[in-house]
Design a protein around this ligand. Structure first.
Ligand SMILES: CC(C)(COP(=O)(O)OP(=O)(O)OC[C@H]1O[C@@H](n2cnc3c(N)ncnc32)[C@H](O)[C@@H]1OP(=O)(O)O)[C@@H](O)C(=O)NCCC(=O)NCCS
Length: 219
């Protein structure tokens, strides 16, 4: 199946490159998008969205606004307009009925993925700079159960980090279980992860221009 197109043409070269990389990861009607976080992106938070996460730092509000800017456009492409995407007490975004999705941001870039509920039951996404994971974090994230296969060894820790966050975001709405890095085993070559609750999650990743992982639970 052809990947779904990015909804609106991004402006900047890094956005174009990441939009293409994300589209290549997506299948089964999943729509993806990205946006370099800009000054003033906090103004893209609708009032109910802003109220749902009141105590956050300005940079985080800006990143959340950028991610929702993307998500609102992806939803508009599906014909869904005038909806809000507040944060639930768990931190997970609340999607309109019949829609699944996920948001993420690093310091500079926001990403989003959405789909209509169907053969895919849940989605998770994460984005990270394409840099080696610091050793102290590597020790927390990576376990003996993880398999990095053909992944660039310099970036393997970073890819596993992003994969576990994306898998957690896909699993949480279904299982309502808080997981640690040690609770998720990832096999990058197989495109597969398993949580300690036995949930199987499919995943795909890219490393350029950023590390990004799309995780999804099939029917
Ligand atoms: C979900 C989580 C891992 C996100 O990590 P992060 O580095 O803070 O931020 P990211 O940019 O990757 O993602 C942020 C987005 O995740 C989404 N998110 C947060 N909690 C979520 C949850 N329980 N389920 C699904 N999505 C969630 C939100 O949309 C959030 O964006 P927003 O605040 O703009 O709405 C983190 O918020 C969390 O809940 N951690 C507790 C469990 C954990 O850390 N386990 C180890 C990793 S497996």
């Amino acid at each position: 199946m052809m990947p779904a197109a990015n909804p609106s043409p991004p402006d900047l070269p890094e956005e174009r490159a990441l939009a293409q990389a994300l589209a290549a990861l997506a299948s089964n009607g999943i729509r993806t998008g990205c946006r370099l976080i800009r000054e003033g992106d906090e103004t893209h938070l609708l009032p109910e969205e802003a109220r749902s996460s009141p105590a956050r730092q300005p940079a985080m509000r800006r990143a959340s606004g950028a991610a929702r800017w993307i998500a609102h456009r992806l939803l508009a492409d599906l014909g869904i307009k005038n909806v809000t995407l507040p944060r639930a007490p768990s931190g997970a975004p609340v999607w309109p009925d019949g829609i699944i999705g996920s948001l993420a941001h690093d310091d500079d870039m926001a990403v989003a993925a959405v789909a209509t509920v169907g053969r895919i039951l849940s989605l998770g996404i994460d984005v990270e700079p394409a840099l080696p994971l610091p050793d102290d974090i590597f020790g927390i994230v990576v376990t003996a159960a993880d398999r990095t296969g053909a992944a660039d060894p310099r970036l393997a820790g970073r890819i596993l980090f992003a994969a576990k966050e994306a898998v957690y975001k896909a699993a949480y709405p279904l299982d309502r279980e808080v997981l640690g890095y040690e609770d998720i085993a990832v096999n990058l070559d197989a495109g597969r992860a398993t949580t300690k609750t036995g949930r199987g999650v499919s995943l795909a990743y890219c490393v350029a221009p950023r590390v990004a992982v799309l995780a999804f639970v099939r029917e």
